[in-house]
Design a protein around this ligand. Sequence first.
Ligand code: FE
Length: 196
Amino acid sequence: MSDDHDDSPIAARVRELEAVLEEKGLLDPVELDQVLEAFAHRSSPANGFRVAARAWIDSGFEKRLLEDANSALPELGLSMGGGLQPQRLQVVANTESVHNVIVCTLCSCYPLSLLGPSPTWYKSPAYRSKVVSHPREVLRQFGFTLPDDIEIQVWDATAESRYMVLPRRPANTEHLTEDELVKLVTRNGLIGTAPV
Ligand code: FE
């Protein structure tokens, strides 16, 4: 078996489906390859870093992002695209009193185009089952201890709805440029398992 050939039953079914769609003229295989390749190349946490940094320096963008993320992303040349069904993105902002964390308790739904491929722990049963009931404890395992007076809100993704956390802008960063702010953001910060 070659390395790039997936013999799993689901892969076989996808190939069958592709063949039927091509036969019926509903799917252009070249176009499909181009779309998937472009999507894979564009999916990176660097996109999420840019979104957070822009929201920190531009309150108008922040407002539009929190109100309707899908409409605001194109301002940075980004989108939730890629999938066959449109995914609604909701960006949830951390505040002085509320900290947000994202999870998919059912499987592993994740804002791929903004954060790149999800980390293994995000898909683990341990994280998925525990972060809802014991979020503070889970965050502590990431070395992130939140003061008791900060409420933790956990957002459970679905196939249609994805979430991304907007971390709070770190203190004493007023002098930094947008490009410098981009470097402060981490993937875990956008998931909520790190402060920034
Ligand atoms: Fe899922």
